[in-house]
Design a protein around this ligand. Structure first.
Ligand code: TRP
Length: 452
């Protein structure tokens, strides 16, 4: 194995995995996914999904990685036979697509960060905040900051500065939590707060029953995206791991942080949306920016807080982006004997180009994000779950048991869950996700295309 790194500290793995999980998925994607899913109904389905599917699925990736000590493509070639050996290639494709728009959105956060040093966030009405977002999210600004973010990712991955990332994550996660708690307390004083809480927290079970066909794929996509599941990130990270770790405890810690931060974001964003009187269903990819620039425009020391917030999110995005790129780069290094710098440069260049359309028209964001969340991640997770549950169940339970003093029958419960119920839910989510995506292609995307 070519120069395999290991985690610098015992907690390095947890930190890196939390760093991968916590990112734009929690802070940017979560609030508008809740909006699309109609509020509390979505939140409930999402939480159930994380607990019942996300937790077993993160363990699936962990056992594959730790068993093989290899990149996802290599790991499946190692463990699998026949067609199973090719699942890893799907992850490489998914990684390319995610990274292309992830970098563009991270660039928006960077742009807002720099704004704190110049004009500040003196926009206190929703109209102006929306206009600002419009000017930042597409065009030359977006292209420039996509390039800057991509360059930062390439430097970190190219040099393999793992220690730097571990350190950044140690500071970043507490900083994000502290800032979000502060902002949520501030948001609690707003006029729209109580309406926001009932929208966010009291689910209408009728809605869940009537609209499960849209809620299920939405929640599945969001859960996998935010936990970095379905493209081998957790396989890669667990491959640098010793056998003394309790995988299930580590999995719970990672999921706990990730989910907690997402929930907090809702307590910040929705009071703003309800105070402004806009329809949360209409809130899209700009929701977090529009509500927060208003917050930072109004509160004392808003400019400093804004700089800290947007800067911190950009770092959170960096630690997530690194994990995505690492999968693709480690594959090129292992399978094509490229050196790290060349591999990083090739991959980075290609991803930068793929992201350019997104910087010019947000329809490409829907096109890429829809394919990733609706189809690619769910498909990736489904294949892994089938593989572990049906092809290597004994090796998998054995691996899970290492580092756990008393696994007892929980290993069997886990395999049983993985074999049938999870497979069924994922098959249904995938089918519905494909239907939704085809619908998007034949309506919104077709309209956009026709209008060209
Ligand atoms: N989970 C990260 C976030 O919430 C994004 C991410 C990193 C990701 N690695 C991934 C998403 C792998 C899907 C698959 O921002």
């Amino acid at each position: 194995m070519s120069e395999r790194e290991t985690w610098a500290t015992r907690t390095g793995f947890i930190l890196a995995a939390v760093g991968s999980a916590v990112g734009l998925g929690n802070i940017w994607r979560f609030p508008f996914a809740v909006g699309e899913g109609g509020g509390a109904a979505f939140l409930l389905v999402y939480l159930l999904f994380v607990a019942i599917i996300g937790f077993p699925a993160i363990l699936v990736e962990f056992v594959i990685g730790r068993r093989t000590d290899r990149n996802p493509v290599g790991a499946l070639k190692d463990l699998g036979h026949g067609a199973w050996r090719y699942i890893g290639y799907l992850f490489i494709i998914t990684g390319f697509v995610i990274m292309s728009y992830y970098s563009v959105v991270a660039g928006w956060f960077l742009r807002y960060f720099t704004l704190g040093f110049t004009e500040g966030y003196a926009v206190d009405d929703p109209e102006a905040a929306l206009g600002l977002f419009g000017s930042i999210s597409t065009g030359l600004d977006a292209l420039l900051f996509h390039a800057i973010f991509m360059a930062a990712v390439l430097i970190v991955v190219g040099l393999g500065i793992r220690q730097g990332i571990e350190l950044a994550v140690k500071v970043m996660v507490p900083a994000i939590i502290a800032l979000l708690v502060g902002l949520a307390l501030y948001a609690a004083t707003m006029d729209g707060a109580s309406a926001a809480y009932s929208y966010y927290l009291s689910p209408d079970f009728g809605v869940i029953v009537d609209e499960w066909q849209t809620l299920l794929p939405l929640a599945a996509g969001q859960a996998f995206f935010t936990l970095s599941l379905g493209m081998g990130v957790m396989i890669t990270y667990a491959s640098y791991l010793g056998e003394d770790r309790n995988l299930s405890k580590d999995g719970l810690t990672i999921i706990g942080f990730d989910t907690g931060i997402a929930i907090l974001v809702g307590f910040v964003v929705f009071p703003f949306i309800f105070t402004a009187g806009t329809d949360p269903q209409q809130e899209t990819v700009g929701a977090i920016f529009v509500s927060l620039t208003q917050a930072f425009g109004e509160i004392p020391a808003g400019q400093i807080l804004g700089i800290i917030f947007f800067g911190t999110v950009a770092i959170a995005a960096l630690s997530s982006a690194i994990s995505i790129l690492e999968v693709v780069v480690s594959y090129l290094i292992d399978e094509y004997q490229q050196d790290r710098v060349t591999a990083t440069a090739i991959v980075g260049g290609a991803i930068f180009l793929l992201g350019i359309p997104v910087t010019q028209d947000l329809i490409f964001l829907d096109l890429f994000d829809g394919a990733v969340d609706g189809i690619l991640l769910v498909l990736g997770a489904l294949l892994l779950v089938l593989f572990v549950g049906w092809v290597i169940p004994d090796a998998a339970t054995d691996e899970l048991g290492k580092g756990i003093a008393n696994l007892g029958s929980s290993g069997d419960v886990w395999i049983w869950l993985v074999r049938v119920p999870i497979v069924l839910v994922l098959v249904v989510s995938l089918a519905l996700g494909i239907v939704d995506y085809v619908d998007f292609l034949s309506t919104d995307f077709a309209d956009w295309f026709a209008a060209r």
